[in-house]
Design a binder for this molecule. Structure first.
Ligand code: GTP
Length: 263
């Protein structure tokens, strides 16, 4: 197979050897225009014109190289996926979340659409570990992560584990009232899992507190404002008694705290 005008980058030269007196063979690792990695061979012939040496050549790819290229691409995709996944819960990790929310923010500015972010935290999680042990704590983290992931199931919603018992969520194209509704749904869904938490100071089952921030960003606005506001809202939810949601409106000039929703 001969590739023409498809290479956008040659990443490295792996091997360069003379085939005979006139031919040179070079193995290269490249990146295709479609984002696939490939192994390829460059065959070059030495030609002498007017005492100068020219190298005329062509690229080719054998079946074996094609197969190997495919394997490299799969390995790379797997590595990218792993670097964006929380190994315990299987949901997105902080890195994936940070990348995603920045993309969402840019699209929201371009399309003049609103964005909602949640910051959530399991209430008195330390007491779960103390009472049941760390491995039961891990199981509960998985259950909570899966539940939040199910609740926020639109294509572009992302639920991530961003700390020990901390979760962050981004809901693109969502108005404040829609965010408030989803916040209440998420808090209620965790309660309805009915996971015993006899040591909790809030209820006999596992609960979460949730901070929700909302913004309709404009060019020049910084996504950090939305993230900080969600964390502040979470702080207020904890202060308001836990097992509840609190909201921040990150409007153009000021950040306003809206009354929390208490269970
Ligand atoms: N089982 C388990 N525990 C974890 C993991 N990561 C962090 N933790 C624990 O999570 C607990 C967090 O405790 P705190 O930050 O005090 O918060 P909390 O007890 O949930 O209290 P509030 O947030 O104020 O309701 C600590 O005891 C950590 O050891 C983990 O991966 N697995």
């Amino acid at each position: 197979m001969v590739l023409r005008n498809k290479t956008i980058e040659l990443i490295e030269t792996r091997l360069c050897e003379p085939l005979n007196q006139h031919m040179l063979r070079t193995s290269r690792l490249g990146l295709h225009a479609e984002g696939l990695l490939f192994l390829i061979e460059l065959h070059q012939r030495k030609e002498f014109t007017d005492g100068f040496m020219n190298l005329a050549g062509y690229y080719s790819q054998s079946q074996q190289q094609k197969h190997r290229s495919h394997l490299i691409t799969l390995e790379m995709q797997k590595a990218v996926k792993e670097s964006h996944t929380d190994p315990l819960t299987g949901i997105a990790n902080r890195r994936a979340f940070d990348e995603h929310i920045r993309d969402v923010w840019q699209s929201a500015i371009a399309d003049r659409r609103p964005v909602v972010m949640f910051s959530a935290d399991i209430d008195h999680f330390k007491l779960i570990n103390d009472h049941f042990g760390h491995s039961r704590g891990d199981e509960i983290l998985i259950q909570v992560a899966q539940c939040l992931d199910k609740v926020l199931s639109r294509d572009n919603d992302v639920v991530a584990r961003v700390g020990g018992e901390e979760f962050a969520m981004v809901l693109p194209d969502t108005q404040l009232d829609g965010g408030q509704l989803m916040a209440r749904t998420a808090v209620t869904a965790i309660e309805m899992l009915n996971i015993p938490h006899p040591a909790s100071l809030v209820a006999d089952w596992v609960t979460i507190s949730l901070g929700c921030s909302w913004c309709q960003p404009r060019p020049g606005d910084n996504v950090t404002e939305l993230i900080v506001a969600a964390d502040q809202a979470l702080y207020f939810a904890k202060k308001a008694g836990r097992n509840c949601a609190s909201y921040m409106d990150v409007s153009q000039q000021n950040v306003a705290l809206i009354s929390p929703w208490i269970r």
